[in-house]
Design a protein around this ligand. Structure first.
Ligand code: KIV
Length: 265
């Protein structure tokens, strides 16, 4: 079985076929998620919160990301695996190259994800030029939670929306192949998805992005505390993990998830 490639994802965007993505942190879940038909596994640094019990993603180390990425790689045969570069592991292009090298060589990731806009352009350019596929992440940037003053929707003001659109374009020009948009008003996410040719995967960004991603533990309803508005507990209505995953994929593909109540204006 051949692995999903960026070419497949680009073709899916062109055909209007939605890309189903979920976070994964270990081999057993990677296998189950993949069997449900998910195309992209994201080894997110959200593992700091949902697996390690930290209050943010900031304490997650590169060693921990490599460890979890390797586990996911061992459980996966088909999905494209993206690994998050953790907080301050890509503060310069040189550091980003060294960190990406570990996630790909030791972890087996096919792509790395980094948070940030214009300030990341040189880094994206260098990674891409050296053959490292990059997923950009705009909107709510969890690694900047203390700078942002909390987890809140981004891009509501017209000036912020213009900057985000310009950042998305610039990221693509710099060589990014995929974009995650987190907690962005539906209309802005739709505009960005139409403007760039790379596939855009949304979380809390409405139904018009080229694909959707959720944090696995949120969509299984096992994350402690209040579930984010943009997520949905698929296990509650199905009672089995394999069914919950299959319903998620089906609802993303059919456009039933996210529904109106999961988005922001
Ligand atoms: O770390 C993560 O799980 C993520 C998603 C929220 C997109 O970055």
């Amino acid at each position: 079985m051949s692995r999903i490639s960026l070419t497949t994802l680009r073709q899916m965007k062109q055909k209007g076929e939605k890309i189903a993505t979920l976070t994964a942190y270990d081999a057993s879940f990677a296998r189950l998620i993949e069997e449900a038909g998910v195309e992209v596994l994201l080894v997110g640094d959200s593992l700091g919160m949902v697996v390690q019990g930290q209050s943010s993603t900031i304490p997650v180390s590169l060693d921990e990301m490599v460890y979890h990425t390797a586990m996911v790689s061992r459980g996966s045969r088909r999905a494209l695996i993206i690994a998050d570069l953790p907080f301050l592991s890509y503060a310069s292009p040189e550091q980003a190259l060294a960190s990406a090298s570990r996630l790909m060589k030791e972890g087996g990731a096919q792509m790395v994800k980094l948070e940030g806009g214009a300030v990341m352009l040189d880094t994206v350019r260098q990674l891409a030029a050296l053959g490292v596929p990059v997923c950009a992440h705009l909107g709510l940037l969890p690694q900047s939670v203390h700078k942002l003053g909390g987890y809140r929707i981004q891009g509501r003001e017209s000036r912020d929306a213009e900057v985000m659109l310009a950042d998305a374009r610039a990221m693509e020009q710099a060589g990014a192949d995929l974009l995650v948009l987190e907690c962005v008003p539906r209309a802005l996410a739709a505009q960005i998805s139409e403007t760039v040719s790379m596939p855009v995967i949304g979380i809390g960004a409405g139904p018009s992005t080229d694909g959707q991603v959720l944090v696995l533990y949120d969509m299984l309803g096992i994350t402690p505390g209040k579930r984010p508005k943009f997520s949905h507990d698929f296990l509650a209505e199905t009672g089995r993990i394999d069914k919950a995953l299959a319903v998620y994929v089906e609802q993303v593909k059919s456009g039933h998830f996210p529904a109106e109540e999961h988005g922001f204006d």
